[in-house]
Unconditional design. Structure first.
Length: 265
């Protein structure tokens, strides 16, 4: 029997420095330790954006201190709180950005799955945009290895999720992304963050999976004008598991409020 394959999907750690840095750092470290206790271990870990809080070089240095000894392949995604240029300066040439030849969008071919990371950062705005050039690149990449499952990672959800405040800052060209994804049945999941809540939606013949934050969760404010806030709700991550019958199941793995084993690193 073929061994189980899974991808761990973390998001929105918002690493920072100074007196407020302890909470975000502890949350990410705890989540990564929980990943290492899974059996079998995932083939890779994706962190779907807002890696740091203000895009400053010292924040990425702090992120490097947290993930530097992590033993599994780790794929970083740029979010609206990130600075792609600073991120590339910090991690370009490392496996964290697949070498950085294409900036902070890239593809990684694992033995039985492909992870494609997109850059939806839109300078000066909280919403996201991919643009025709990057979407064309995605279409080309997804045309390769057509029989191998693919995971497409982007920070901003490409569709509304029912929280008006956050829906107003989603991916602006989500419909264009849907057209590309719909043309490639190999895409088993579109991975996103940004919302700080676990959410699943049907999307372009595939499934959109939004991961919770490893730090704090957003309030479930579902009416226009309702106040938004960030809460100390339980943290966790998603585990996308390719099943024996060729499907894909997504599990929510609790972290902060779980009496679970942790793996040291």
């Amino acid at each position: 029997m073929t061994a189980t394959l899974s991808i761990a999907h973390l998001s929105d750690p918002h690493i920072t420095t100074g007196p407020l840095g302890a909470g975000p750092a502890a949350g990410l470290h705890l989540a990564l330790a929980r990943v290492l206790a899974l059996e079998p271990q995932p083939v890779a870990v994706v962190i779907s954006g807002d890696l740091v809080d203000q895009g400053r070089p010292e924040e990425y240095e702090e992120l490097r201190r947290i993930v530097g000894r992590f033993p599994l392949p780790l794929h970083l995604v740029a979010g609206n709180h990130d600075s792609p240029d600073v991120m590339l300066a910090a991690f370009g040439g490392s496996g964290l950005l697949a070498g950085g030849e294409h900036g902070v969008h890239y593809a990684v071919e694992h033995d039985r799955a492909t992870v494609v990371v997109l850059d939806s950062n839109l300078p000066g705005k909280p919403s996201g945009l991919l643009g025709p050039e990057q979407l064309g690149w995605l279409d080309t990449v997804l045309g390769e290895r057509p029989d191998v499952p693919a995971f497409v990672a982007v920070h901003h959800p490409p569709m509304a999720v029912g929280i008006p405040f956050l829906d107003g800052m989603r991916l602006e060209d989500g419909d264009a992304l849907a057209e590309v994804v719909a043309g490639h049945p190999r895409v088993v999941r579109v991975l996103a963050g940004h919302v700080h809540r676990p959410i699943t939606c049907a999307f372009a013949g595939s499934t959109l999976a939004v991961a919770p934050s490893t730090y704090r969760q957003s309030s479930l404010s579902m009416t226009d004008g309702a106040p938004m806030g960030y809460l100390d709700e339980p943290t966790g991550f998603l585990l996308h598991l390719l099943t024996a019958d060729g499907g894909c199941a997504t599990h929510t793995v609790q972290v902060s409020h779980a009496a679970a084993l942790l793996g040291p690193f």
